[in-house]
Write a protein that binds this ligand. Structure first.
Ligand code: ZN
Length: 410
């Protein structure tokens, strides 16, 4: 009886150790030269509502919206106030709202940013899916932090947004389209602070061990929709029914986390998650649930399947197209980035990639790939205003050049 109890206790203890997420399966912590405090801070959540002034109404009652206040200035002019989730924050004044008038009329709409200057040229849509740039003749900068739009309203909803609205539901629906293809699996790596799914796609031959692995990330920063568009084009090439792509998916395992910050995306945050933190500074101690769970998932699943992570690409947006690379040489595929960038340059006429190498300084994903796995880490930045067709060309070309370089490795 006593021996049985000891055996049961031993079994339970062993099982407990196996189940504990940390036991030798957690991502490592790192002391970066420039540490960043990523413990949670409070955020100001925007009130979700529809404002009404006579026949004119405006609403932020949808995922991805950012409209903190709406007021009437005079008979013809209304003001949309846009504020960040907390401060300090990058100057990424993201806005998105619906507006309409029961009686057709023209209005002036001032967008007023409380903490930044105007950055994103307005886009409009009738259905929230198909977007076009608002005619520049209808946009006038008043002062840095105010811009005035001339809008023709009617009973049908007009969507106005800083970038095309791509919510967590849109990302999930896109993922679900992709899993119709063979050897593409959909999963949930964990939950955000507010309980939203953190989705991933796992591509390659299921249950095959020992393959080298590539990690793709996107939307750590909510407004960076153009980076996500590049990821979508990258995936189109990767999942194409071409000899190159088919062979590549036989040889490699690819893990994709297209929505790192679902709370920030759906709440319309300028930069941070619901913990008020820049997730792309949290790759040292993983204080935020999004980085913690994704980092641990990658480490655990790579260990289980004996995968070696060789490359991590993190898709973002900034004011221009640029590749942020690690100055340090990686152990897994040294020289890859130079050949890859050269291949992209030679494949796109009249295009010269802008490259900015960085030493390991802050807890950013590209440095984490290098420290955790000895892998190449690259931040793939697309400009806010980069032509949408050119984004597709760049995304597809980047994937094809990557596959051509890596397919012939050992
Ligand atoms: Zn970013």
């Amino acid at each position: 009886m006593k021996i049985q109890s000891i055996a049961v206790a031993f079994f339970l203890l062993a099982h407990l150790f196996q189940c504990l997420p940390g036991m030798a399966q957690q991502a490592q912590s790192y002391d970066f030269p420039q540490p960043v405090d990523t413990r949670s801070r409070s955020i100001k959540v925007q009130e979700k509502k529809t404002w009404t002034f006579g026949t004119v109404q405006a609403s932020n009652q949808f995922d991805g919206a950012r409209l903190n206040d709406f007021s009437k200035k005079n008979d013809s002019t209304f003001v949309a106030t846009i504020s960040p989730e907390n401060k300090p924050v990058n100057a990424s004044p993201w806005y998105a709202f619906k507006i309409w008038s029961a009686v057709p009329r023209d209005i002036n709409l001032e967008i007023y940013y409380t903490e930044a200057e105007h950055r994103y040229s307005p886009k409009v849509s009738r259905d929230g899916k198909q977007w076009e740039a608002l005619d520049p003749s209808r946009v006038r900068t008043l002062k840095g932090e105010r811009v005035q739009l001339s809008l023709s309203l009617g009973p049908d909803t007009l969507w106005v947004a800083a970038q095309e609205v791509v919510s967590s539901t849109d990302v999930r629906n896109w993922c679900w389209q992709l899993i119709l293809q063979p050897n593409v699996r959909y999963g949930i790596a964990g939950k955000s602070s507010l309980g939203r799914d953190i989705p991933f796609l796992d591509i390659g031959r299921d249950s095959v061990e020992g393959q080298d692995m590539i990690i793709l990330l996107s939307r750590q920063h909510p407004p960076e929709v153009t980076g996500f568009m590049a990821l979508q084009a990258f995936m189109d090439a990767l999942l194409a029914d071409s000899p190159l792509a088919n062979a590549f998916r036989q040889k490699y395992r690819i893990l994709v986390f297209p929505l790192m910050n679902p709370d920030g995306v759906d709440l319309g945050h300028w930069r941070h998650n619901a913990g008020g933190v820049d997730l792309n500074r949290d790759w040292a101690y993983y204080y935020q649930p999004e980085t913690r769970q994704v980092a641990d998932y990658v480490v655990q699943t790579a260990r289980e399947r004996k995968n070696q992570v060789i490359l991590g690409l993190d898709f973002h947006s900034t004011k221009y197209d640029v590749y942020y690379t690690c100055a340090e040489t990686n152990q897994q595929i040294p020289g890859f980035k130079d050949y890859w960038l050269q291949g992209i340059a030679e494949s796109i006429p009249d295009y010269r990639p802008r490259v900015e190498p960085f030493e390991i300084e802050q807890p950013i994903s590209k440095s984490w790939f290098l420290l955790q796995f000895g892998a190449e880490g690259i931040t793939f930045e697309i400009g806010d205003d980069t032509d949408r067709d050119f984004i597709k060309v760049k995304g597809r070309t980047a994937a094809i050049e990557m596959m051509q370089l890596l397919i012939f490795r050992k």
